[in-house]
Design a protein around this ligand. Sequence first.
Ligand code: ATP
Ligand code: MG
Length: 139
Amino acid sequence: MTGNTTFTMIKPDAFEAGNTGLILNKIIENGFKIKALRLTYLRKDNAEAFYAVHKDRPFFNSLVEFMSSGPIVAAILEKENAVEDFRKLIGATNPADAADGTIRKLFAASIQYNAVHGSDSDENAMIEANFFFNQFDRH
Ligand code: ATP
Ligand code: MG
């Protein structure tokens, strides 16, 4: 049994480029229901905590700088098989490898500036949703 909730962020590059509306529309068109939505910022310490799993990777500092460089839009999404279906919709981490029609193929500029985040497991979806929506409560 897979869960029906995932978490996404529209990253600072996509927000700055004015692509928030187009990306949200693409998400909705693909059958996801927006359960919570928030325009906010990550401070550096927030970004370090959110991406702590990557702390030993060579791109970590650059990733933290990027993710704290401007507004982000955080959202909780609901759909059957949400985590897997959303990862499919966003496409590969590197937009050069992302399939046609995926959000990263359409809106990402590079492996770092890749427009959106998508949770990679049901467990992380809950952790990440709670990171931005403290009082998250599913109705
Ligand atoms: P996300 O977790 O943001 O949904 P992902 O799961 O596809 O992306 P991860 O391996 O978790 O990819 O990497 C997290 C983020 O770190 C990537 O989305 C990207 O912004 C950045 N990143 C990953 N690999 C590289 C790299 N080789 N060089 C620069 N930045 C990278
Ligand atoms: Mg990831």
